[in-house]
Design a protein around this ligand. Structure first.
Ligand SMILES: Cc1cc2nc3c(=O)[nH]c(=O)nc-3n(C[C@H](O)[C@H](O)[C@H](O)COP(=O)(O)OP(=O)(O)OC[C@H]3O[C@@H](n4cnc5c(N)ncnc54)[C@H](O)[C@@H]3O)c2cc1C
Length: 518
């Protein structure tokens, strides 16, 4: 019997994992990727012996990765050598305080009690809440599909929204556990991984601090890209065909009349160089708002998506340096002065805060192969607002100011005053690059935001409403952004495809029986 065919647009982690799962379930899968290599935001840069992960650097929630490998018939430990990073981060405050966030409870107690007498009790209670939020979310919220509003706001589900504190703001909630503003910051800045302000994010996200400290922050030897390479190899082994340098230009619908009757279908996609690819089902892994706006024939929905809230963007510096800086830890966070004002400037004014916070990743601390011997590979992430024509953004000036802030603080606080002289090369990414290279709407590095109105059933669904054979996987559909969460998205999208394929074949059977009787 001929296999059903699936075409995936984009070889980001969501596209790769969905392709692999579908292949394992009997589909003939082709992936079209615009770039020359897979990975999307989780791609890598190799230059002069330096290896940079472009986006993700924190390998979180290993059990979700484990589940993906298992679903593809493999064991993660056969493909990835994970090392735990502990202390997870060194956090540097503007006033000179330093905290090492660690799973060593004794060390946490000593550090926290130096800042605030009752902080350790607050910490334990906060972790307990994070544990509850994590378990409940994965089991009942981010780990499942919602097919209609009644299901989402059902009597069974409503108490969950309260138990997960989905209507409470994260920063306000953390204030119940700590009084010191620096501690409130140390236990909420992680919202930035989701591209969110802790002043807007739901308190549910205390789960992030819990997963980091309890489940651990890990690093796959070879870099985060080792995870992408492993998944691509497995998908290829399962028969998935990856076609690179193949940007999709548009999607073709079978019939306008069918779409208007809500039963429409996509029949093929056309690449920039004019090739046409047909399939039974299509899965969009490129950023969802971009697909609606740029690839689909009907774009009423695209306008609605444009008005939704988006995550922040980032200015990135990838520095190859000819000297080692062992005083810079694997993960380092430098928080700027006025915490609240800096988020307002990022999320409301869409610019670079006056005193920017930033994150530095030095992978060679754990993985010497990330830099030539005696040299260093430094990745710097500075959160900024996403693209907004009304904000009068001068990106060159903002990039210069971001670089100056980073060099000044690393010079003063880390004894790295000679960093500029030792920089052999610099690669800069900024919001326009995120938009142009990765097709991310508004250059929002993490996709659509995750406020209350944009999660669960209220987030754009993983199947198009009118085109019944068009599915989505990735950061801007349910459940959301972050590598493990996108792996969940791949699982949920595949489950939906298989369920709906099952329904269709049952319908076909009934139809066939009816025809036979007639
Ligand atoms: C700076 C940064 C830091 C991050 N840090 C972390 C972290 O530490 N830990 C973590 O878990 N997550 C992190 N994330 C989030 C994580 O990287 C993303 O959530 C995840 O990689 C998104 O995967 P995706 O498959 O949804 O999309 P993408 O990675 O964007 O993949 C989409 C793919 O579609 C391709 N494409 C686009 N348009 C077309 C087209 N027309 N035709 C064909 N192909 C197309 C793109 O080239 C891309 O390969 C970070 C993200 C960024 C940007």
């Amino acid at each position: 019997m001929q296999k059903p065919t699936a075409l995936v647009i984009g070889a980001g982690i969501g596209g790769i994992a969905t392709a692999g799962r579908l292949a394992r379930n009997g589909y003939d899968v082709t992936v079209l990727e615009k770039e020359s290599t897979p990975g999307g935001r989780a791609n890598q840069i190799l230059r002069e012996g330096h290896r940079f992960d472009i986006g993700p650097t924190l390998f979180l929630m290993p059990e979700i990765w484990e589940e993906t490998f298992a679903a593809l018939g493999e064991r993660m430990s056969d493909h990835l050598e994970l090392k735990r990073i502990d202390p997870t981060y060194k956090v540097h405050f503007a006033d000179g305080l330093q905290l090492e966030l660690t799973s060593d409870i004794g060390k946490m107690q000593t550090q926290l009690e130096k800042v605030e007498k009752t902080a350790f009790t607050g910490f334990l209670n906060y972790m307990a809440e994070g544990n509850k939020h994590y378990k409940m979310s994965v089991e009942k919220f981010v780990g499942r599909n919602f097919y209609n509003l009644f299901q989402y706001f059902s009597l069974a589900n409503l108490p969950l929204l309260f138990q997960l504190k989905a209507l409470k703001k994260h920063h306000a909630n953390v204030s119940k556990y700590f009084n010191d503003d620096r501690l409130k910051a140390a236990f909420t800045f992680q919202n930035m991984y989701l591209g969110l302000s802790p002043f807007d994010a739901p308190a549910t996200y205390s789960l992030l601090q819990y997963t980091e400290l309890a489940e651990g922050v890990w690093y796959p030897m070879g870099g985060m890209y080792a995870g992408i390479q492993a998944l691509v190899n497995i998908a290829e082994k399962l028969g998935v065909k990856f076609i690179y340098n193949a940007p999709v230009k548009k999607m073709i619908e079978e019939s306008v009349a069918l779409r208007l009757s809500k039963g429409g279908k996509i029949s093929s996609v056309i690449t920039e160089d004019g090739r046409e690819f047909r399939a039974d089902i299509f899965i969009g892994n490129a950023d969802l708002p971009y697909i609606y706006k740029e690839l689909l024939p009907e774009n009423k929905e695209a306008k609605k998506l444009e008005n939704k809230l988006y995550t922040c963007s980032t200015i990135m510096f990838y520095w190859g340096v000819d000297k080692e800086y062992p005083q810079i830890a694997h993960h380092n966070v430098f928080l700027g002065g006025d915490y609240k004002a800096s988020f307002d400037q990022i999320f409301n004014d869409h610019t670079l805060p006056e005193t920017p916070s930033f994150y530095v990743h030095a992978p060679a601390r754990t993985d010497p192969a990330a830099a030539p011997k005696g040299q260093d590979t430094l990745y710097v992430l500075v959160p900024v607002g996403h693209l907004d024509a009304r904000s009068g953004q001068d990106w060159e000036a903002l990039v210069d100011r971001a670089r100056e802030t980073v060099l000044t603080r690393l010079g003063k606080e880390m004894g790295a005053g000679d960093l500029k002289e030792h920089t052999k090369f610099e690669i800069v990414y900024q919001p326009k690059v995120w938009k142009e290279r990765f097709n991310l709407a508004k250059g929002a590095a993490f996709g659509l935001s995750h406020n209350f109105w944009q999660v669960g059933y209220l987030r754009p669904q993983n199947r198009h409403k009118q085109y019944k054979n068009l599915y989505f996987t990735g950061a801007s559909t349910h459940p959301g952004t972050g590598l493990p969460i996108v792996l969940l998205s791949a699982r949920l999208t595949t489950e939906r495809i298989l369920e709906e394929a099952g329904t269709i074949s049952v319908q076909n059977m009934i139809k066939a029986l009816a025809e036979a009787r007639a």
